[in-house]
Design a protein around this ligand. Structure first.
Ligand code: ZN
Length: 226
């Protein structure tokens, strides 16, 4: 059921992009629009997630459930490699996030790297997944409080090229193009995507999460938004 849901979801996005859909969610197909489409699909689609995860090309091990106050880790795994790319350090994350990172590596990250940088990504330098804290500038818990988010700062190719979100996001050359492609592609796979244009807390990294809301903030937030 999970596989069907993921594939169905992506098909819907791709089809809508190709025909120029008008729903807010589909603005991810455009390069200059912020969307915020509200509630993400319900959590029960992740039933038997770890069994499903074994179909993907990644190194992981199950992690026991735990809680710290209101923060909690459920149905999580520790991931050290995703496809051709190792993580700069092993990271604990929800199984749902691991599934989506694997999809992201296959359909977004590597094709973009090979096309714009001429070499596959072999190291994903990240700034963490689990942190028991509130969302920046908000009173509610961050998706990091559930290990349901990852912050990615630098992507490194097999040839040693390092592309940094903080240094190259606004660059006109291949590294800037690569990061834009990666960000826009991420918006079709993850529920939440933040980047340098979303706010000053994300100047040096992409934030990808699988939380209950869908949003893609890769341009300045429209002040007309409610
Ligand atoms: Zn984050």
């Amino acid at each position: 059921m999970l596989a069907q849901w993921f594939h169905g979801f992506r098909r819907t996005i791709n089809l809508a992009c190709s025909i120029g859909g008008t729903f807010a969610l589909l603005s991810a197909c455009s390069s200059d629009v912020v969307y915020d489409s509200g509630k993400a699909p319900p959590g029960q689609v992740y039933e038997n997630c770890q069994k499903y995860l074994r179909q993907f090309d990644l190194d992981f091990r199950p992690v026991a459930d735990r809680s710290t106050g209101a923060c909690r880790i459920r149905d999580a795994v520790q991931v050290s490699r995703i496809g051709q790319a190792k993580l700069s350090r092993p990271a604990i994350m929800t199984c749902a996030l691991a599934v989506q990172l694997s999809e992201f590596e296959t359909v977004v990250l590597q094709p973009a790297a090979k096309r714009t940088l001429g070499s596959p990504i072999t190291t994903i330098h990240h700034y963490g997944t689990y942190a028991c804290r509130n969302a920046r500038s908000k009173s509610r818990l961050s998706q990091h409080a559930y290990a349901n988010a990852i912050d990615i700062g630098i992507l490194e190719t097999a040839s040693g090229i390092k592309t940094s979100v903080s240094r190259h996001w606004d660059e006109a050359g291949s590294k800037g193009e690569f990061l834009k492609t990666v960000g826009q592609g991420a918006c079709t796979l993850f529920h939440g995507v933040l980047g340098p244009d979303s706010d000053r807390n994300h100047q040096d990294h992409f934030h990808f999460d699988m939380g209950p809301y869908t949003y893609c903030q890769l341009r300045p937030v429209d002040p007309r938004r409610p």
